[in-house]
Design a protein around this ligand. Sequence first.
Ligand code: C2E
Ligand code: MG
Ligand code: MG
Length: 289
Amino acid sequence: AAGAGLVIWLSRRRLSLRGELATAIRRRELYLHYQPIIELDTGICVGAEALVRWQRPDGTQVRPDLFIPLAEETGMIAAVTDLVIENVVRDMRDLLVGDRSAHIAINLAAEDISSGRALQMISKHMAGSGILPQQIWMEATERGFLDLDRARTMLAQARRAGHSVAIDDFGVGFSSLQYLEQLPLDALKIDKSFIDAIGTESATSPVTPHIIDMAKELGLWVVAEGVETEAQLAYLHSRHVEFGQGWLFSRPLPRDEFVAFHHKRQQRYGAAREDMQNPRSVPIEREAV
Ligand code: C2E
Ligand code: MG
Ligand code: MG
């Protein structure tokens, strides 16, 4: 009986969270933090990943790994994605117009990919903003690729429109390899678990260099997720990984703090970038494979 009580309590709690999320979306209470993405060669900040945040009226935060799946299960994810896109355009217009090599990456859910709706929303909100399509990247995990034909169509469309597309959390699923071969992609984000494994004797550790090599053979940009230590950075650099993201550089930041961070990095490391023959932050067209 105690068990049943708990189940009822949990399902009530979930129901109320669902109601709260619907209200938060209606009141546009979701907002974004931006986690800097660093070009490892130069140290400059080439852009950021937009990460959604939800603060309830009582001040407590709900983590996205909790409410994103809830939104997906309850048909609210399209509304969340729309809000994210709206916020990116509003928050980042000035920065993106001022620095054409900068980009913002948006996370797409499975439904955003199968419906293709996110792409329409992006072009609708970008219209007249001055932001270029190549300044908006899309991230998708393999859950978005279950309907392979649709995924292929949508990603090809996105790339034709000028966006870059990244496979997110690479390596954690079962079918990642198949997707690499069959989908039109620009970048691969190595999951944090493989970055954590660098320099340890853990089971995932021997796999990391192979993921990097494979991405390079396929002509994909590599972004390392969850870089926390100098040792990891040194390793990634030695392996010629192009980009990194993680607490070593910065946590996800509120808009103004991200703008300041980007500016500071530009001033400190911008010269190194101008010296480079071939700036690589916006791979509009990557080398043929
Ligand atoms: P993700 O897309 O793989 O995002 C990276 C997550 O790793 C973020 O968690 C980020 O804060 C965290 N992270 C980055 N660097 C480090 C590090 O050095 N150490 C540690 N421990 N963590 C680090 P966050 O913001 O809690 O987001 C979790 C997940 O929720 C995201 O994983 C993504 O799957 C989902 N998500 C977040 N925002 C959105 C969104 O706007 N739309 C959709 N569909 N999903 C989103
Ligand atoms: Mg992501
Ligand atoms: Mg990820």
